[in-house]
Design a binder for this molecule. Structure first.
Ligand SMILES: [Zn+2]
Ligand SMILES: [Zn+2]
Ligand SMILES: [Zn+2]
Length: 153
């Protein structure tokens, strides 16, 4: 993240403890959080934080482009920290960890759409799904642990 956006965040969240805590949770979490998850994890430290504060803060952060929202049908909307620079997400199917992916290939796609279809590209959404480095490492141990546990039964 660049310095300009960091200081913008600091200005906006200065003096508001609950908002700072929400921003910190999102920034360090590196995965999607729902509003009720955030509310729940704030409870221990700040039991008086209202759900409406969480919603308002998320709306505000989304407005700045600091977080991005994902809405799946029949599920609560979730939010992930993004910062300022344009990028995409590689989401782990196992643990939900989010890696940022640079968007280098889009110029090529834009050009070929224009050339082949006379299509003018002005926006795009891309998400990548798979298994993160940690889950790939862990999965090589899991079958053995499972077997040991079943033998003990
Ligand atoms: Zn992001
Ligand atoms: Zn994972
Ligand atoms: Zn992109």
């Amino acid at each position: 993240m660049d310095l300009a956006s960091r200081s913008a965040e600091n200005r906006i969240f200065y003096g508001t403890r609950a908002r700072r805590a929400i921003l910190l949770l999102l920034r360090t979490g590196r995965r999607y959080f729902s509003a009720s998850e955030i509310h729940q994890s704030l409870k221990a430290e700040m039991p008086s934080t209202a759900m409406s504060t969480v919603y308002r803060t998320l709306e505000m952060l989304e407005g700045f482009g600091t977080v991005s929202r994902r809405a799946e049908e029949g599920k609560e909307a979730t939010f992930v920290y993004c910062g300022e620079e344009h990028h995409h997400h590689a989401i782990c199917r196992v643990c939900g960890h989010v890696d940022d992916v640079r968007c280098d290939a889009i110029d090529q796609i834009k050009e070929s759409l224009e050339r082949q279809r006379a299509f003018e590209l002005d926006d795009h959404t891309i998400e990548f799904y798979g298994r993160c480095a940690r889950c790939r490492r862990d999965s090589s141990n899991t079958p053995q642990r499972e077997r040991r546990r079943h033998h003990g039964d």
